[in-house]
Structure formats: C-alpha cells, structure tokens
Design a protein around this ligand. Structure first.
Ligand code: PLP
Length: 432
C-alpha cells in the first residue's frame, strides 16, 4: 500500500502493457487493484480492507499468505530448487497423500493448472480408446484447451441456443465439432447422446457438483447414471474436481457421493494459492502417460510439480488434516447461507442461495437453477445492485450474476456475521 498512486492509475498503467490490463479473463472488469492479502482479507491500493469471498476463484483455502505454508515453501526453495531431473522433492510425499485421500487415485501426475490436467485427460482417453469424441455438460468449465472449451458461453445463451458453441474465438472448429454437449441433470438427453454416439465417445467430463455457474447439485442418480453409461460404452469418466477437490472434502466430492471416476482432474485448493494441479486415476489409464514415443501420451512441462508448489501442497494438506479445516469451513458456510437466507426472507428480495460447504451462489430468480439454461433469466441489474452494495460495505463477491463464491478457513464467525449484515442491505437494495 503506497497510497502514492490510485487503483485507477494502476489499471491505466496495466492497460498500456497488458491486453485489457490483466492476464486472466476473470480479473478484468474490476476497479480495484489489490496490493496486500492476509487471512480472510484483501487491501486495495487506497488502503481499503475487503472481506474476500473470491479467494482467487478457489485456491485460497487456509487463508491468504498463510505463514506456515510460505515457510514450507521457503524451506524447499532453500534446500533444492527446480532441477528438471527425476521426481522433485515433495512429489513422492504428495503423490502418496493424494492416492490415500482420493478414492479414484491409484496413480497421480502433477502439472501446473486445471487446464493442463483436463487436456491430459482428453489425450489419455483418446489414446486408451482409439476414439475422437468427448462429452461434456452445458455450462461446465474445464479450462481453456480446445478439447473442452465448448458449450459454456453465457453471452449467447437463449432458450433455443445450441448446446455446443465454442467458448471463445480461435478454437479449432474440428476439435469443437467433436464435443457432444448435454444439459446438466438431463438423464434422457444423456442416454440419447450415448445411444447415438456411445461407441465414439472417448471421455465424458463432468463436475461432481457444478461450480461453473454457481452451485448446482446433481439430481439424485445423475452421476451414477453417467458412471453406468461410461462403463457400458467403454468411455473414460473424467471427474473435474478442480474446484471441489480438497475443498468439498479432502478426498474430493467423489469421497462424498461414492461415484468413482476413471480419471480425476484437480488443482486450486491443494496448494493454497501456489500453482499446482494434477491428474489422478486408475493405473490402466494413468499408465499411458510417458515421454516422447508414438505409443505414450506425452506429459511434459518445465514447471510441472515444481518444488515450491509441492512444498505448499504438502504443508496445506498436513494443516488441513491436523486442524480439520473442512469441518471449520463447512460450519462457516452454513452460518453464512442461513444468514443470507434470513436476509432474503426479511427484505422480500427475489433471490435464492445454494451451496455446498465453503461455496455458495446467489441467484436473483425465484427458484434454484437445475442446469445452465435455467440461469439465463437471472436478474442482472438486481445482482449488480446487490454486488455493488456489498462492495461498498467491504465485502468482495463476484461480479458475475451466476458466479460461485467461497470463504477460507481464516474467516471468523464475526466476519460472517458482518457479511450477513451487509447482505441484508444488499438484498434490500434490490427491492427498491
Ligand atoms: N475445471 C474447473 C471446474 C474450473 O473451475 C477451472 C478453473 O476455474 C478449471 C478446470 C481450469 O483450471 P485452471 O484455471 O487452473 O486452468
């Protein structure tokens, strides 16, 4: 915090050298530039404190700048930094922990982002099955590789819009054309897709609990049906636990619902903000990963399994196990959702709150959505009024009217109660 420049000046400077001023789409469209982060809070250039309910879109689970994690990272850096030869320090320990925690994990490989992990999953599935097509659900985000960046663009969503539109420009049309997109919770649609294309589908990608457009649970039996259809058709079931892994439960959502996938992509919360992600799964599929031969699926990355990120992940998971972080963030999440629901009832706002554990969503419509298309009628102006009011009270929630939000374990009950009070005003602001 220098107070010598303003956030606005920093944005102007950024735009001179970085397209739109930030290197990731979700970071664009804010007025603030945050310059300090600790525990549950962020501070902008002007010195204003915010209670952070973004948490970097998922990774920050213990709290910002956790000293215990940072010290573990420093110890690793000062012992042996990146070597690029053999397994890295910390990789074996983390591999053992993931295999112990995650029901589907017989083997695990580490990379740097969720996008890498789902891309590797697509390559493995194609290599293992000799098929080209992939299946995914409407609105679900699995990263930015051409394989899966389909059927998730809110901007062109209408009652009749096609399911499999590319999420952005520049994607390869042939790759996009090989993606079959099904509406979430549409059991008949899912069966029909497998009836028509089953023998051509290499992999089916799914979130175990939707966080791509808020918080939408699977209908009872829906994931079980997907598992059954994948098994019957020889399709690789890829569960995307990039948001749910190590946050919904230490063993991921699969350890809650008991539906075991063939491959699991994970990232975000595992390393409390350091860039680590990975792919875990049955040896039968993970065994395809290797070096440069025509038979193997190449996994390569200069910064894969970096010792800094591994040290952060090993420290984060050890602390989470020791302190039962999951139980703490679930209790805080419940307290917040209860309070927000009371605020909705008190103010008469037309809104619903959904969520799981430390994550929640606020939809300005009369009912909770059950799929992506349902979210097309959320009241965007009311959401903007709600979000702006919260921001004015120092509570940072997403600018997206269908976004998910989350808390970290450094948040206190008093923080939650303050947020509930602010939310009361925010919901009231939408009824005027
Ligand atoms: N899968 C899901 C469910 C995600 O939410 C995200 C990112 O938000 C990704 C994959 C991509 O992960 P990354 O941003 O680390 O590439």
């Amino acid at each position: 915090m220098t107070n010598s420049v303003t956030s606005a000046q920093l944005w102007d400077d950024a735009k001179r050298v970085i397209p739109r001023g930030a290197s990731s789409g979700h970071r664009i469209g804010w007025n603030q530039v945050f310059v300090q982060a600790r525990g549950a809070h962020l501070w902008d250039e002007e010195g204003t404190q915010y209670l952070d309910f973004l948490n970097a879109w998922g990774p920050i689970i213990l709290g910002h700048s956790d000293v215990r994690v940072n010290e573990a990272v420093l110890r690793a850096v000062n012992t042996c930094d990146l070597t690029g030869v053999g397994p890295q320090l910390g990789e074996i320990e983390l591999g053992q922990t993931v295999c112990e925690l995650m029901p589907s994990a017989e083997k695990v490989a580490f990379c740097t982002s969720g996008t890498d992990a789902t891309m590797h999953a697509a390559h493995i599935a194609r290599a293992a099955t000799g098929r080209r097509k992939l299946l995914k659900f409407h609105g679900s985000y699995h990263g930015w590789s051409d394989h899966v960046a389909v059927g998730g663009a809110r901007s062109d969503l209408t009652r009749e819009s096609p399911l499999n539109t590319p999420n952005g420009a520049g994607l390869h049309p042939a790759v996009v054309a090989d993606v079959i997109v099904v509406e979430w919770n549409d059991a008949a649609g899912l069966r029909a897709a497998f009836d028509e294309h089953g023998s051509d589908i290499a992999a089916a990608f799914a979130e175990g609990f939707i966080h791509s457009y808020g918080c939408v649970a699977p209908a009872p039996g829906f994931l079980e049906l997907l598992r059954e259809l994948c098994t019957a058709n020889g399709t690789v079931f890829v569960l995307d636990e990039v948001k749910t892994g190590f946050r919904a439960a230490l063993g991921g959502i699969q350890s809650i619902n008991g539906v075991v996938p063939d491959l699991t992509a994970f990232g975000k919360a595992i390393a409390n903000g350091y860039s680590l992600a990975g792919l875990a799964g049955k040896d039968e599929f993970m065994g395809h990963l290797g070096a440069y031969t025509h038979e193997d699926v190449t996994i390569d990355g200069t910064y894969n399994a970096s010792p800094y990120a591994l040290a952060a992940a090993n420290a984060t998971l050890a602390i989470m196990r020791e302190e039962d972080t999951i139980a703490r963030i679930y209790a805080l999440g419940e307290r917040l959702r209860d309070g927000y629901r009371r605020a909705i009832a008190d103010t008469g706002a037309e809104a619903v709150v959904t969520g799981l554990g430390s994550e929640w969503a606020v939809y300005f419509r009369s009912e909770a959505p059950t799929n992506f298309r349902d979210t097309m009628d959320v009241h965007t102006a009311r959401y903007a009024a709600y979000q702006a009011h919260l921001l004015s009270q120092g509570v940072l929630e997403t600018t997206s009217p269908t976004g998910d939000r989350r808390l970290n374990a450094a948040t206190t009950e008093a923080d939650i109660d303050r947020a509930i009070e602010a939310a009361h005003g925010a919901f009231a602001a939408t009824t005027q």
